[in-house]
Design a protein around this ligand. Sequence first.
Ligand code: NAD
Ligand code: MG
Length: 402
Amino acid sequence: MTIKAVTVLGATGSIGASTLDVIARHPDRYRVFALTANTSIDKLAELARKFQPRYAVVKDEQHAELLQQRLRQSADTEILCGDEGLCYVAAHGDAAIVVAAIVGAAGLASTLAAVQSGKQVLLVNKEALVMAGRLFMSAVAEAGATLLPVDSEHNAIFQCMPGNYLCGPDSLRSLARMGVRKILLTGSGGPFRHTPLSDLVRVTPAQAVAHPNWSMGPKISVDSATMMNKGLELIEACWLFDARPEQVQIVVHPQSVIHSMVEYIDGSVLAQLGNPDMRTPIAHALAWPERIESGVATLDLIAHARLDFQAPDYQRFPCLRLATEAMHAGGTAPALLNAANEAAVAAFLAKKIPFTAIPTIIEHVLREIPTVEPHALADVQNADRDARKLAAAIIAETGDQL
Ligand code: NAD
Ligand code: MG
């Protein structure tokens, strides 16, 4: 068996840790080619010592210097920095697989570079696809990249598709030709599913990141609490599976045992089940179309005993409505939505705004900034910049009122 070289973008995060855990279980199949981080130098140094990558990438020269000091003995790892370094390792011809696990818009350029180099790309950075959906999927088709969804819901949907299915804007694999009637996108509803609406204004970052089922990075944990995560995932599903928003039904499923479902025109509904552990979708996408062990415990259905399903509450979770509207509006609207959300979530985590201001800020940005059809990445980046600028101004005002 040839050993595949893997690049992990965002290696020091929650997904990075799960990915490296799976990789370490299969030294006969995978070796690490490059690892990247932003500013977590100690963590990256530890990972670099363990996995001996050819490249390590960090935020800037200053952090590169710090990493160099920590890695004195392991002179074999070359240290690069910035977006240039990220894109270089993402596109490098010696790596067969890229795991795109940087959080947020910061991962867009490198995720796109990986796709454009025609590799096997494991997509975890959903924000990249939300921001630049059409450009992103066109790049997948043009470069012939193999795009494998790792977001647990999208990986579940992918697993429920016919065996020859591949993500891409390919009419031969349209949902209609596959006999698919709709996609059922499940979500737990997060930690505030039952919190009285009047209490939401007072919830703290610590309460918001305490997800009932999944252990994740801070940004996606807040997104789960506002259910913006499900909104972003609706947009993600539309691009990955070439679906219209009406073909994706959001179903609240508090136990997170079913990770999503696909309904066929004959009435069959296929579901993928498993423990809420990201090593399952990561292992599936790494080895696809084969199967490998992931280290995830066996699912104890008897212990779970019951699975519940509910309709989403659009009043409690306005972010769901905003994301659906942005997908319908098209063009740069999802990029504006994403940027405003990233800015608002960061401000909430920094205790500058209340939890309930997150949707208010996003709605304001979507209302004020006109949407255009992006023809190039620069158009998406301009929308991202404009949305952050406006969001920052609103956050400053909101902060003054507190
Ligand atoms: P995290 O915060 O734990 O890790 C983020 C990683 O990105 C870190 O390695 C960090 O160094 C890097 N990073 C952050 N800002 C950066 C920047 N400006 N430039 C370069 N690198 C930067 O996040 P996570 O929970 O691992 O999530 C990563 C991505 O995966 C997100 O897009 C998230 O939506 C998606 N995702 C995560 C989970 C999960 O269970 N954690 C599940 C599904 C999807
Ligand atoms: Mg998900």
